[in-house]
Design a protein around this ligand. Structure first.
Ligand SMILES: [Zn+2]
Length: 420
């Protein structure tokens, strides 16, 4: 309990020292075109290919401009942007301790060849790579593919739920602790899917156990959801209730044998909740620090009127105070869909519209601002899809429009009219 208390204080100190609106900060200058590293690819014909990795662009939240973005408070937010890309990305820390995601001009992941990277001298305090080529090796172990490994670990997981140890495990791993081995295998798959070191993943020791200092938590006991992000319960709206630190956790149900990309979708979804909770905490602390006589809710309304927060931020924080979730769920399902749909094959997987279809029931109650902004985001996304995905998306939207009940039809009518 003492630890918890201290930890909460450290978190509040960090937020207070970093939150926009409380501290003036320097944005990262526009870094497009800057060389980041030398890369050597070991291609299948054993020809070494050398080149330079340049920054193609800084990955920015909607509405931000290059050279003006002061960075993310939390590294997980920068990682989530990097995970949604196909290219090699770098997550960097600027001199002020804020996080940025840089997309490079080199394709990542898709290539089977392994890569060696020599970073140049750079002005960042820290730099880590995501989506490096050759990472498929991480998925296959002793000749087993991603699908085979997921099948095996899901089989073990079912036995674990029944408190049994499968004979195949006893034969292949004599004397080993079954539960620990099961957790290690899930963590290995998760680290491979996210292209991060397993050491960044905290392994929950019991249901709901979280470590906010880890990038992400794996919780073997999470049985009712694929993942959980943000904070459980309402955001406080008083002067004294302790500010809780948000986390992201993933459970066994997030592992889909068809593709590692589904886990990316789940992680990106949960990271949105995490970001929203961070915004809520930042605004709560700003209100507490302001010494305003207005209630938190009235102060938020005032800030909105003075355009110091956006309508979207206002809607999100207001629903957090009331422990609702429609705005946050809408944006979370939307981001997950936008991050992975174009990277999935259009045939042979029934799950490719799962995020979008699930979003609809929340969208209806998410308020005008988020209703409109999500339709605009979908329209912009549709314009840059390849022909195959565009046709697939259009077909799905028309079918869904035809099959929708009166409420859902509100959404699909707008998609057909404003997106296609
Ligand atoms: Zn959610």
């Amino acid at each position: 309990m003492q630890m918890q208390q201290q930890y909460g204080n450290a978190y509040v100190q960090r937020l207070l020292g970093q939150a926009p609106g409380l501290v003036q900060r320097q944005p990262l200058p526009d870094v497009a075109g800057q060389p980041l590293a030398a890369i050597t690819l070991d291609d299948p014909a054993s020809v070494m290919v050398n080149g330079l990795i340049h920054v193609e662009t800084e990955l920015l939240p909607a509405g931000e401009k290059p050279g003006q973005f002061p960075g993310y408070q939390e590294r997980l937010q920068a990682y989530a942007l990097a995970w949604s890309q196909n290219n090699i990305c770098a997550v960097v820390t600027d001199q002020e301790g804020r996080y940025h995601a840089l997309k490079t001009d080199w394709p990542g992941r898709s290539s089977q060849v392994s890569a060696q990277i020599e970073p140049f001298v750079h002005p960042y305090a820290r730099l880590s790579w995501v989506n490096l080529p050759g990472k498929q090796e991480l998925f296959s172990e002793n000749g087993n593919s991603w699908a085979e490994r997921v099948d095996r670990v899901q089989g073990w997981y079912q036995s674990w739920q029944l408190k049994a140890v499968p004979n195949s495990f006893k034969t292949n791993f004599p004397g080993q602790n079954f539960q620990e081995h099961l957790q290690r295998e899930f963590v290995s798959l998760l680290a491979g899917a996210l292209d991060i070191s397993p050491s960044l993943i905290y392994v929950a020791q019991k249901e709901g156990d979280r470590d906010p200092t880890a990038l992400i938590t794996f919780d073997l006991w999470m049985s009712d959801a694929q993942g959980m992000g943000g904070i459980k319960g309402a955001l406080p709206s008083d002067e004294t209730t302790e500010v809780k630190e948000p986390t992201v956790a993933i459970g066994p149900r997030a592992f889909n044998r068809d593709s590692y990309k589904y886990i990316l979708g789940t992680v990106i979804h949960e990271t949105q909740h995490f970001s929203h909770a961070t915004i809520g905490n930042e605004l709560l602390l700003r209100w507490r620090k302001s010494g305003s006589r207005l209630s938190f809710e009235k102060w938020l309304r005032n800030e909105l009127g003075r355009r110091r927060i956006s309508r979207e931020e206002f809607d999100l924080v207001l629903e957090m105070i009331h422990d609702d979730e429609d705005a946050s769920e809408t944006l979370s399902y939307l981001e997950a869909f936008l991050a992975i749909y174009h990277r999935l094959p259009v045939s042979g997987n029934a799950n490719r519209f799962h995020e979008l279809d699930t979003m609809v029931e929340y969208w209806i109650r998410a308020g005008h601002e988020i209703n409109d902004s999500s339709i605009r985001r979908l329209a912009a996304y549709y314009r840059v899809l390849d022909e195959e995905h565009r046709q697939d998306f259009a077909e799905h939207a028309r079918q869904a429009q035809g099959a929708a009940d009166e409420l859902n039809k509100l959404f699909w009518d707008r998609v057909v009219k404003e997106v296609l």
